[in-house]
Design a protein around this ligand. Structure first.
Ligand SMILES: C[S@@+](CC[C@H](N)C(=O)[O-])C[C@H]1O[C@@H](n2cnc3c(N)ncnc32)[C@H](O)[C@@H]1O
Length: 270
């Protein structure tokens, strides 16, 4: 086990599980990630054909994949502080006609599932007629103990997030739109200082959002190429500030729920 200082504001090239194992218990405030989805590119890319990572092949027997995700999530549980949260983005997949749901492995972890957020991307690849067009992904808000209550300006954003997929950063096939980690960090950490981790950080979107919001960050990715990309992106983070500010402008409220109730807002409409 090593002190956390050497990991702070670093993008580390390595295996998420191995790197996490070196970090001290209860030392990180918040985590956000989108892991590889085990899309089985070998079988012709039944999930999204164009997703091909550099330096990583997203092919595992499903059982092994799920056990790996449980191990990573439990290691994250150890390093996150009591009262801290982890936001885990994944999606419902289908294989051999059967649904594979993220809850299948999330319920085997130590985390308490606090909320399921629907990420309505409004668009997705792989349009075949076997099912209705799946344009949503899921974001699981996982908690260790009880998190702080969100301020009304964040809580009013609803559990359906309408955020279009990222169009830039073509060097990577599955980049977060920066609005997504911005929403999470701004809502959970508010003005507080804090450390944010992304154990599968890819191009470093979570880290850039954390930096622009004045938080500390730790990123891990197995691909040297993505790690270098994330480092370059962090150096010119200011260029992405306008999108972060636009997302923050959505976090505003004229009246709280309590004030609306007191003024009979809902009664009047009924
Ligand atoms: C869905 S992408 C994350 C993209 C990221 N959210 C962004 O905005 O760029 C998943 C990442 O996991 C990385 N990865 C795959 N296996 C890994 C492992 N064992 N440890 C750490 N990173 C890994 C891949 O290189 C890929 O960049």
């Amino acid at each position: 086990m090593e002190g956390l200082e050497k990991f702070i504001n670093q993008v580390i090239c390595g295996d998420a599980l191995e790197v996490l194992r070196k970090m001290p218990d209860e030392s990180i405030d918040l985590g956000i990630t989108s892991p590889p989805y085990n899309k089985k590119e070998k079988h012709g890319g039944w999930l999204v054909d164009k997703v091909r990572y550099k330096g990583y092949r997203d092919v595992m027997p499903e059982e092994e994949y799920q056990s790996w995700q449980v191990e990573v999530l439990n290691e994250l549980y150890r390093v996150i502080k009591e009262g801290g949260s982890f936001f885990y983005n994944h999606k419902v997949r289908y294989e051999d006609g059967k649904m594979i749901h993220p809850l299948q492995w999330l319920l085997k972890t130590k985390w308490n599932i606090w909320q399921e957020i629907i990420w309505n991307r409004k668009i997705a690849g792989n349009i075949r007629g076997w099912r209705f067009w799946q344009v949503e992904e899921r974001i699981y808000w996982l908690v260790k103990g009880k998190p702080k209550e969100l301020k009304p300006k964040h809580a009013k954003l609803t559990s359906i997030w309408e955020i279009r997929p990222e169009q830039g950063h073509k060097e990577h096939p599955a980049v977060f739109p920066i609005e997504l980690p911005t929403r999470i960090i701004a809502s959970l950490l508010e003005e507080e200082d804090g450390i944010v981790i992304d154990p599968f950080c890819g191009t470093g979107t979570t880290l850039v959002a954390a930096k622009l919001l004045g938080k500390k960050y730790i990123g891990i990715d197995i691909s040297e190429e993505y790690v270098e990309y994330a480092k370059r992106r962090l150096e010119k983070a200011e260029k992405e500030k306008a999108r972060v500010l636009k997302e923050l402008s959505l976090h505003s409220i004229e009246l709280t729920f309590k004030e609306r109730k007191e003024r009979g807002f809902w009664n009047k409409r009924a």
